[in-house]
Write a protein that binds this ligand. Structure first.
Ligand code: FES
Length: 330
């Protein structure tokens, strides 16, 4: 079946009413300018929205006679969006009512791929439609509409700012610093190497500074597993070995696959297991992944002891803890 494309007068639509712009080019030019002004106003509204969102502090208030004390950012955001949306709508309506042809185009298309000549015919008709809409003849409208639509596309990008820091950035900042003591969880008691027997595993957290409180977010990011092996069990390079202390090694507890808590330790094999998707990490080889979907080892925390003999972090984590789905290349 070939495509049928025809221009018809839809019997359901009112008959074409003669418009002044149909044969008065001066009037058509004026309408074109009006439409363009509306589109430019819309672009201005979007710029106002972006500027108020980025530059006006959220706690700035101004006095407006009928409204009283008003939040400046919210007022200008609302105003900007209202101008942007109203003007682009008004411009489109004015354009359609004064300048666009009011013929209805019906294109009956074959369900599957059409024959080449039908496709070429279709492209020709679309181009003819665009030219009938006057975009080619009315560059002012084309440019102002492009500007208004382009800028309005930027607005949703701004909302990304409210989603908080990127996960990678967030997970890069744990509470571990050089000299932070490891404390029991629960109990918050500092730990000495002698508290752990060979084969033991313990969950620890960083010691809180006076006045600091633990948040759920921090507990999740900061949780560290301490495991004690015999020093000769390790199969580590010199640097990673220097991050252990008397056979005690520390890893982030958040699985590097999807962020579950790595909760199972097999003493015989010296493997840590994540219960969610069975990623398995070899403790003797710096938590290298030996099975499962995790893409990278559990980050290792370098530890030593302080002057009082308590276990402390030597330095913060050197890589983000937790899932690594945003850095697939690693
Ligand atoms: S979250 Fe640990 S294996 Fe998937």
């Amino acid at each position: 079946m070939s495509n049928e494309i025809e221009l018809i007068k839809d019997p359901g639509l009112p008959a074409h009413v003669h418009r002044r712009a149909d044969d008065d080019e001066k009037y058509a030019k004026r309408a074109e300018t009006q439409v363009s002004i509306l589109f430019l106003l819309s672009a201005f509204g979007t710029v106002l929205t972006i500027v108020s969102y980025v530059f006006i502090p959220t706690d700035k208030f101004i006095f407006i006679p009928v409204m009283g004390e008003t939040n400046a950012e919210q007022l200008l955001l609302g105003l900007g969006m209202a101008i942007a949306l109203f003007c682009i709508g008004a411009g489109a309506i004015h354009w359609a009512k004064t300048l666009m042809p009011d013929n209805e185009v019906i294109a009956e298309r074959h369900e599957f791929r059409s024959e080449d000549e039908d496709r070429a015919e279709f492209v020709k008709t679309v181009k003819a439609g665009a030219s009938a809409a006057g975009l080619g003849r009315r560059p002012l409208i084309k440019r102002s509409l492009g500007l208004a639509l382009g800028l309005s596309g930027l607005t949703p990008l701004l909302l990304l700012r409210d989603l908080g820091p990127l996960p990678k950035e967030n997970l890069q900042k744990t509470s571990w610093k050089a000299g932070t003591r490891l404390v029991t969880d629960p109990g918050d008691r500092p730990i000495k190497p002698a508290d752990l027997e060979v084969g033991a595993v313990a969950q620890t957290l960083p010691e809180l500074a006076p006045g600091e409180e633990r948040t759920l977010n921090n507990i999740g990011k900061d949780a560290v597993l301490l495991i004690r092996l015999r020093p000769e069990d390790f199969n580590l390079d010199a640097e990673r070995l220097s991050w252990t202390h008397e056979g005690i090694i520390a890893f982030s507890k958040i699985c590097s696959h999807m962020g579950c808590a790595v909760a199972l330790y097999e003493q015989q094999t010296k493997h840590l297991l994540c219960p969610c998707h069975q990623s398995t990490f070899d403790v003797t080889r710096a938590a290298k992944v030996i099975f499962g979907p995790a893409a990278r080892p559990l980050p290792q925390l370098a530890i030593t002891v302080d002057a009082d003999g308590y276990l402390v972090a030597k330095q913060p984590f050197t890589e983000p803890v937790g899932p690594s789905f945003w850095e697939r290349s690693s």
